[in-house]
Design a protein around this ligand. Structure first.
Ligand code: PMP
Length: 414
């Protein structure tokens, strides 16, 4: 049984007030709050175990190393990778994608080659490829979306050519909540012999990920969006690619032997982990993933689906409400809940998104406003920005009611 009150008690911050009102935190797409077990595990490691990993012969270093490598195994299990050699710790999705753009780019891309992105990508899956463009003649092709925010798969099919070297695509839109058919997209790309990078930043907190079933070549996600700490993320990569890619950064731990004449590199995944890793954060991340797994995605998805459907129904009652994304065509009820995630982007009448967000904040409601690091998507939708409410496993229908009541109150002020 899913006891929402008990779940909320796991997250100390949810009990606080802002401006003298109970906090209603609906900015989970940006970052999620942390359960006490994550905070405790990290504090405990600082208090009792702290020592640099991998390098020490002493007790604490070995204990810290063990925790760090256990965390890698927890991540492996969470996404069902074949081996921990395929789990590279990074600072987050952004660094993971930059690593692939730089290192895969160096190994496999040549002048005149092409990568395919989509119109709904976050800037962190656009700009790294543009940085690469500054170093070589790389063509970036963009899969368009339909008016209701779904990828146009027949247009995607047309983009592949013999020069296509990679498709990099988000699993879930951070603006529209669209859940892309990742398996179909990967199968399509593989039919053209093109590997696929999946940006799972918005998927990891909301649905199970199985990299072997997906058969993706790379997958990236951030710890802080899945109830874990900031500053830690994951790059999954198939060994066959990672093996042939050069290191992204140089430094300690990523080497085999170093001399001024010749340096060799460490085995996977350490080849991509230069310097002291954030081993406290990996402990926190593992705890967060265990926490999510202990509740279970069946339960989380059912709860978040109920919540999102309720929010869509309630928001649609508001005069002048304009909702963006796959649910816009039937805002009363998601027709296919599997293609929409717990994110709702909207505008109300002609109220500017920033004004609405600022006034909602004064009423205790934390939402995000702006372009959500997806400016090309905003251009496609013909808007400057939206207000975005994004849910997590601890949100409640009462919080949706508070959001709706607050929007109605703001409307009265205009
Ligand atoms: N991709 C998507 C779809 C995202 O939503 C985000 C975060 N908003 C990122 C990438 C970047 O994640 P991070 O800032 O944690 O690296």
């Amino acid at each position: 049984m899913f006891d929402i009150q008990k779940i909320r008690e796991d997250f100390p911050i949810l009990g606080r007030e802002v401006y003298g009102r109970p906090l209603v935190y609906l900015d989970n797409g940006a970052t999620t709050q942390k359960p006490r077990c994550v905070i405790d595990a990290m504090t405990d490691e600082y208090l009792n175990v702290n020592a640099n990993v991998h390098r020490g012969v002493h007790y604490l270093s070995q204990q810290a190393t063990e925790l760090h490598e256990q965390a890698r195994e927890t991540v492996r299990r969470f996404i069902n990778a074949r081996s921990t050699a395929e789990i590279v710790f990074t600072r987050g999705t952004t660094e993971s994608i930059n690593l692939v753009a730089s290192s895969f780019g160096q190994a496999f891309l040549h002048d005149g080659d092409e990568v395919i992105l989509t119109e709904m990508e976050h800037h962190s899956n656009i700009v790294p490829w543009q940085l690469l463009q500054a170093r070589m003649d790389l063509r970036i092709k963009v899969c368009p979306i339909s008016d209701d925010g779904r990828l146009d798969l027949s247009a995607l099919e047309q983009l592949f050519t013999p020069r296509t070297r990679l498709l990099a695509c988000t699993a879930v839109s951070n603006v529209l909540g669209t859940v892309n058919p990742a398996s179909d997209i990967i199968a399509m790309a593989h039919a053209h012999d093109v590997p696929v990078l999946i940006d799972a930043a918005q998927a990891a907190p909301h649905m199970p990920i199985d990299v072997q079933a997906l058969d993706c070549d790379f997958l990236a996600f951030s710890g802080h969006k899945v109830y874990g700490p900031t500053g830690i993320g994951v790059l999954y990569g198939k060994e066959k690619w990672l093996d042939r890619m050069p290191p992204y950064m140089g430094g300690g731990e990523m080497i085999g032997k170093v001399s001024f004449e010749r340096t060799t590199f460490n085995v996977l995944p350490y080849k991509f982990e230069a310097g002291t890793p954030d081993y406290i954060a990996t402990t926190g991340l593992a705890k967060a993933l265990d926490y999510v797994s202990s509740i279970g995605f069946d339960t989380i998805m059912e709860h978040e689906r109920t919540l999102t459907n309720y929010a869509l129904r309630r928001l649609a009652e508001i005069p002048g409400m304009r909702i963006f994304g796959p649910q816009a065509s039937s805002p009363q009820q998601l027709t296919d809940p599997d293609d929409h995630d717990a994110v709702i982007s909207f505008l109300v009448g002609d109220i500017h998104h920033l004004d609405l967000g600022t006034l909602l904040d004064r009423l205790g409601i934390a939402v995000r406003t702006g372009h959500h690091c997806a400016e090309p998507l905003m251009h496609r939708l013909g808007i400057e920005g939206t207000v975005r409410a994004s849910f997590a496993l601890y949100n409640t229908c009462e919080e949706v009611d508070a959001l709706v009541a607050a929007i109605l109150r703001v409307m009265k002020m205009f």
